[in-house]
Design a protein around this ligand. Structure first.
Ligand code: C5P
Length: 213
């Protein structure tokens, strides 16, 4: 049981499906906090790399996790995560090295247990829009507001290139969908939105229609 008492909007989907932009806008309109759970997995992956640990070395990653303290908070309605007192900047989280290691680190069950605890803590304080891969399926299975935002592989590749980010999205999606621990799935009670040919505003409207009823 996730035990949330506040409004929780869960948005899942593959890399570069547009879910982050939509979640951010929705949170701003609803005046609730926006949390990128991917950002949390990225932050720990950054810490793994900072410590010279190979993301593929599960035993070493788990040993580092034991010594790691996370502090999650928010700034201007956006979730933040400090790792052992250090707050990584976005460019430290969205780069080739982190992109290449994050799916390996996120596949480790002990890592997920720790970060899912932190994710659930947000909803104990106030309303939240959280985006990720397992938010509706595992983190907040009881919320009635579950969305799965998709887009064609071509559109997703194009979006990443337009951001100037070299991202191995096909490889990440494959790993994220095929792993044993909390794989990317479409929650059975989720509303699926294909954002390939929609603007951000149009997707936000579709999500709001479901929430308002
Ligand atoms: O959303 P973003 O692309 O920043 O996520 C980075 C990575 O973090 C994903 O490719 C996935 O491996 C992992 N992730 C996850 N579960 C989540 C969110 C992200 O495993 N809920």
């Amino acid at each position: 049981m996730s035990g949330e008492t506040s409004l929780v909007i869960a948005i899942d989907g593959p890399a570069a499906s547009g879910k982050s932009t939509v979640a951010k806008q929705l949170a701003a309109e609803l005046q609730i906090v926006f949390v990128s759970s991917g950002g949390m997995y990225r932050a720990f992956t950054w810490w793994v790399l900072e410590n010279g640990v190979d993301p593929a070395d599960t035993v070493a990653v788990e040993a580092l996790l034991e010594k790691t303290v996370f502090q999650c908070g928010e700034e201007n309605n956006i979730g933040t995560i400090a790792v052992n007192g250090r707050l990584p900047e976005w460019k430290q989280l969205a780069n080739d090295r982190v992109n290449g290691g994050v799916s390996l680190v996120a596949a480790i069950p002990a890592v997920r247990l720790r970060l899912v605890d932190e994710q659930r803590a947000y909803a104990r304080k106030r309303g939240v829009v959280m985006e990720g891969r397992d938010i509706g399926s595992v983190v907040f299975p009881d919320t009635p507001y579950k969305f799965y935002i998709d887009a064609s592989p071509e559109v997703r590749e194009r979006r990443r290139r337009a951001e100037g980010i070299d991202d191995s999205i096909a490889a990440r999606d494959k790993m994220d969908s095929s792993r044993e621990a909390s794989p990317l799935v479409i929650p059975k009670d989720a509303t699926v939105v294909d954002s390939s040919h929609l603007t951000v505003e149009e997707v936000v409207e579709k999500v709001k229609e479901v929430i308002v009823g």
